[in-house]
Write a protein that binds this ligand. Structure first.
Ligand SMILES: Cc1ncc(COP(=O)(O)O)c(C=O)c1O
Length: 398
């Protein structure tokens, strides 16, 4: 009998009851704007900022409207201006080059390795082309951060980390988002905490934090933020930092705070599911499992595997056969952007030079979400289906 998976790849868990109760409180109060506070009450947004700063060990955290907004704010806060070039990953999602383009800057793409991390040799070769790197820990894969920081420090490159897929992850015990000057996170529905839309920004730098707070739309109410740089820093920046509103509201913060308390436990559940799928796929002929380095504390909220050097037709056939059996896979190599997935050469506002070694890898990257609504048995079944369909197409090719 042919098994068919019946679950939904886009179905997240419900918001925890505690978050629903807190959200109802906010709704009843009518005070949703972050600076609509009574007396000395800190409000949900400032509390989330304090708690996220404590969780990451950063001096400052700022809650904002989206991960993309956090990245654009990061670029503005360090002084990126129109026409500047910004290094970034060729293997990432559209909001990353989009954040660079949003400040009028120009993305310079850096290649990807078979570990699905940024190609550090390519980064070293391009290090003289920009002063900033927007490093995307795409799909949770973290590169050798010591080596990356050594390359960037030597070249005077400021690193901003896109941690949309690495909230809760670390390299060599140091949290993702805490290597560069700024860490940017997303709390959009498919990320590790879910507020529909939302983002977080962390830094230790007084001036960057003050600028980011002003940029986010604090007016002159910045003292009511959760983590606040010294007053003299605001005096220095408040007249020349524009307001580019992108605040978070109390409703979103209220549902995120209980999720932050549960984050580490949730990450462990993702990893349990990841390992079941990984074990099930290991040894499938023609399929490459992406080995995770010992230095990485990963969060397996999605899994990738490689069909390296397969023809486009054969990859498309695997995707179709899996979908027919209820397993939704995404393909990063497709020539046409599709759903959430697109290739660097499809971002035509950002001209790129072809990178044949990276193109070969991108053509083979297959991606799958692992929502926590899947049981371990679901994950084992999904792996069996992929294994069977990859096997069938691989044999037919041989
Ligand atoms: C790699 C990556 N970076 C950044 C973002 C931006 O997050 P948001 O959707 O909150 O703007 C996303 C969102 O999908 C993403 O996948």
């Amino acid at each position: 009998m042919t098994e068919v998976f019946k679950g939904s790849f886009t179905q997240q868990e419900p918001i925890p009851d505690e978050g629903i109760a807190a959200a109802l409180e906010v709704l009843r109060s009518g005070r949703l704007h972050r600076y609509n506070l009574v007396g000395d009450e800190p409000g949900e947004v400032a509390l989330l900022e304090q708690e996220f700063a404590a969780y990451t060990g950063a001096r400052y955290a700022l809650a904002v409207a989206s991960g993309g907004y956090a990245m654009g704010t990061a670029l503005r806060a360090i002084g990126v201006v129109p026409g500047d070039r910004v290094l970034t990953n060729a293997f990432t999602l559209a909001p990353v080059p989009g954040a660079i383009a949003s400040v009028g800057a120009v993305p310079v793409f850096v290649g990807v390795t078979e570990d699905l991390t940024i190609d550090l040799d390519d980064l070293a070769a391009k290090a003289d082309q920009a002063d900033v790197l927007m490093l995307s820990h795409m799909r949770g894969h973290i590169c050798d951060m010591e080596r990356l920081m050594a390359i960037c420090d030597a070249a005077g490159i400021t690193v901003i980390e896109d941690c949309a897929h690495t909230m809760g992850a670390a390299w060599n015990g140091r949290a993702s988002g805490r290597w560069g000057k700024i860490g940017c996170y997303s709390t959009q529905t498919y990320k590790h905490m879910n507020s529909g839309e939302g983002g977080l920004f962390v830094t230790d730098d007084d001036e960057v934090a003050a600028r980011a707070i002003m940029l986010s739309g604090s007016y002159m109410l910045y003292n009511r933020n959760g983590t606040v740089p010294p007053a003299e820093v605001f005096e220095r920046v408040k007249y020349d930092t524009p307001n580019v509103s992108g605040r978070m509201d109390h409703l979103r913060a209220a549902i995120l705070r209980p999720q932050l308390r549960a984050l580490d436990a949730q990450c462990a559940k993702w990893n349990d599911r990841y390992r079941v799928v990984e074990d099930g796929l290991r040894g499938t002929p023609g399929l490459g499992v992406v080995e995770r380095p010992a230095e990485e504390t990963m969060v397996g909220s999605s899994i990738q595997f490689l069909l390296l050097d397969w023809t486009d037709t054969a990859v498309a056939e695997v995707l179709k056969r899996c979908l027919d059996r209820g397993v939704e896979l995404k393909w990063f190599g497709g020539a046409e952007p599709s759903g959430f997935t697109s290739r660097y050469d499809s971002w035509r506002y950002a001209p790129s030079t072809p990178m044949p070694a990276s193109d070969r890898i991108l053509r083979g990257i297959i991606d799958m979400r692992l929502p926590l609504t899947f049981s371990l048995a679901d994950c084992a079944q999904i792996a069996r289906i992929i294994r069977a369909e990859v096997g069938t197409v691989f044999q037919a090719q041989a």
